[in-house]
Design a protein around this ligand. Structure first.
Ligand SMILES: Cc1cc2nc3c(=O)[nH]c(=O)nc-3n(C[C@H](O)[C@H](O)[C@H](O)COP(=O)(O)OP(=O)(O)OC[C@H]3O[C@@H](n4cnc5c(N)ncnc54)[C@H](O)[C@@H]3O)c2cc1C
Length: 286
């Protein structure tokens, strides 16, 4: 097994595209090293992207934020402005594992590991984040909801990797929130994860919303029907009920030791409602 740590985007893309066999990107390694040690993967080449400056920085861009794919959850939490503007995204990244894991785990790795239960992915999708991919043919942008196709299946082509994420400009009176349910207090995989991002007008009516659910289907879902259920409302009880019903309706979860199908569907509705109420509360004070 070969290990390379290129310092340029082009160098990484050339290595990834030009090497036969199983070629893997290395970011924090909190998934990849576990898989290597358990003989789940046996790559011919590992390309560590952490020496590429663009993958490691957070910058303000066009009124939004560009976050490098290899920025860790701990680094996101230390960025005061990002934490204030996108609290749901930062919270989600900091639910991953433990303090030690958060010091290594990245947004790019969380998405590209291809788990439907990945915690930061529903928050990124609710935020309307766009992933910038780099590859041998250059760069392209893809909405985060379109990157994962199914468990361990990504829309990335040979040689492509996620370079960064762009969080859009935040309108006034808007905010996000992410909640997950796990059977233990920490260090467990989400039974359900729910991300909600919404914008209010001056009267407190929701003018725009995005809702995303993790761990209830083979991929993390953007739930447009749930957003439609609350746009035009002030999230009164009737709108909350519509939101819950719409969230439940899209769930097609697995049945396992962490939760039955019925339980996951029930929890998806409850968490979506709660996340929306937190986002609403935050949006009112902005
Ligand atoms: C103890 C423990 C607890 C955990 N708890 C949680 C949890 O609560 N919630 C949760 O969601 N996850 C959890 N995880 C899983 C893991 O920590 C996260 O998925 C993490 O975000 C992975 O990021 P990483 O940078 O370590 O990825 P890596 O391990 O470096 O990479 C993961 C996969 O993505 C690929 N990859 C990485 N970066 C890129 C990129 N930029 N472009 C293309 N491909 C890329 C790699 O090739 C690999 O296949 C846990 C893991 C451990 C060990």
């Amino acid at each position: 097994m070969r290990y390379e740590a290129p310092e340029t985007v082009e160098g990484a893309a050339t290595l990834l595209a030009g090497t036969a066999g199983d070629v893997r990107v290395l970011a924090g390694g909190t998934d990849l090293l576990v898989q290597l040690r358990s003989d789940i993967v046996d790559p011919t080449l590992i390309v560590d992207i952490k020496k590429i400056a663009e993958t490691r920085r957070i910058t303000e861009e066009g009124g939004g934020f560009r976050i490098g794919a290899a920025v860790t959850g701990a680094e996101l939490k230390e960025h005061e402005r990002l934490k204030q503007v996108w609290p749901g995204v930062v919270e989600a990244a900091n639910l991953i594992g433990s303090t030690q894991v958060q010091g290594r785990a990245t947004l790019g790795g969380n998405l590209c590991n291809g788990s439907p239960a990945a915690d930061s992915v529903p928050a990124l999708i609710a935020a309307g984040a766009v992933a910038t991919l780099a590859g041998p043919k250059g760069r392209r942008d893809l909405a985060v909801e379109d990157v994962m196709l199914g468990p361990r299946k990504l829309a990335l082509t040979k040689g492509e990797f996620v370079l960064s994420f762009l969080l859009p400009p935040r309108p006034p009176r808007s905010a996000d929130a992410y909640l997950r349910f796990i059977p233990r207090t920490e260090m467990d995989i989400a039974v359900v994860g729910a991300g909600v991002n919404l914008t209010l007008d001056e009267a407190g009516t929701i003018t725009a919303a995005r809702v995303s659910l993790g761990a209830v289907a083979p991929r993390v879902l953007l739930v447009r029907e749930a957003a439609q259920a609350i746009v035009g409302s002030r999230l009164d009880k009737a709108a909350q009920d519509r939101l819950e019903a719409a969230a439940r309706a899209v769930c097609a979860p697995i049945d396992d030791k962490r939760g039955t199908v019925e339980f996951r569907i029930q929890v998806a509705g409850v968490l979506t409602r709660r996340a929306a109420l937190i986002a609403l509360d935050r949006a009112r004070t902005r």
